[in-house]
Write a protein that binds this ligand. Sequence first.
Ligand code: NAI
Length: 397
Amino acid sequence: MKFEHKLRGNVSFGVNPIGCKQEVLNQINYVKEQGAYDGPKKVLIIGASSSYGLATRISLAFGAKADTIGVSFEKGPKSEKNLGTAGWYNNIYFKQFAEAEGLVAKNFVGDAFSHESKAEVIEYIKNEFGGKVDLVVYSLASGVRVDPDTGVRYNSVIKSINQTVVGPHIDISKHEFQEHTLEPATEEEIANTVKVMGGEDWQFWMEDLKEAGVLADGVLTVNYSYLGSDLNRPYYGGGTLGRAKADCEVKAANINASLADINGKATIVVATAVTTKASSVIPFFPVYCLGLYRVMEDNGTHETPIMHQDRIYRTMLYGNAPEYDDEGRLRPDNWELDPEVQAATEALIMTIDADNFDSDKTGYAVFMKEFNNLSGFDVDNYVDEEVTLEELMALEY
Ligand code: NAI
């Protein structure tokens, strides 16, 4: 079967399942090369099938020998034209590799926002996962959320607030460098984005897990945030997503209060900018990445999700070199926000135009490789393997 990388704008529809398998294996091998570390043993990851959630799962399983439960919203194959989503295959192959090493790897595919998903996961922890988890990672990125109580559907939007933003963007499918205009969000759009990408559902998960008695004493829960810099504040930190991230901090405080009696802790981890399905569709962000990646590649600090998450868990959260800010947030993003890196990134971005955006002067090649890797294309060590639709449909998640 031929696998085709189909794109619309900056959204990928095609998938190479065998490439996804190799990409999962490459990440596992990266973690193994760093050696073993002491970490949590029973982990729940909400949003586990791609990028930051998947990298977290791989680091904890193959670095710290953790049993993991992954919750995600992915689609399986239906026909040769519709092979489903990359995350579907990431789940499957992660499970295969983890089980081969004697680890428990349970996948739940469904809507994490629903009561049913929470109840199903809790039942599983109680009956088949040893009764308790010692780490809960919330790594969800979604454009929609259906409120489980009212049935109302909310859409998140990526917009600025109180200002129109004009700047450079790239359309990956058209291979075009364009000027993009972002109109400010309405109050309703801001509220809806907070409803979808804010911390409410994280808090709901933690309340339900606690009430069910499945959180271990000293449990840690983590939520990934992004703060960014002046270069992206107009459309990120100061925009709708920034509001949603601020809401996560409010909810972290609520969760901390409710976990005090079991010595639990909620931590906001401010992660670095990486190429993911969620971040590629943020207007202007790819161009920021073209500048940033060139600078960080050149000074040896550029990280992919697996490099970043492995560093976070190995050296910070379960290591002896955590770096917290005054608000109590973990700050592995300090390499990105280093003033020299930011100044060089800004200077470079000012020179990027339609003629040179895809040249070696920028991080284009790095960005595109990482973007293609998300769907199983352009993967290192890839070996073509003949596979039929029936075989793909028979894979167990
Ligand atoms: P992603 O799009 O690669 O992954 C999102 C995950 O959420 C997937 O596993 C997907 O299946 C799952 N998901 C989405 N809707 C769901 C639903 N209704 N039910 C169950 N699962 C669902 O996203 P990415 O970029 O890894 O983002 C994860 C977190 O990291 C987000 O909070 C994001 O804001 C944060 N972050 C991302 C950065 C970046 O540069 N990409 C930087 C810093 C933080």
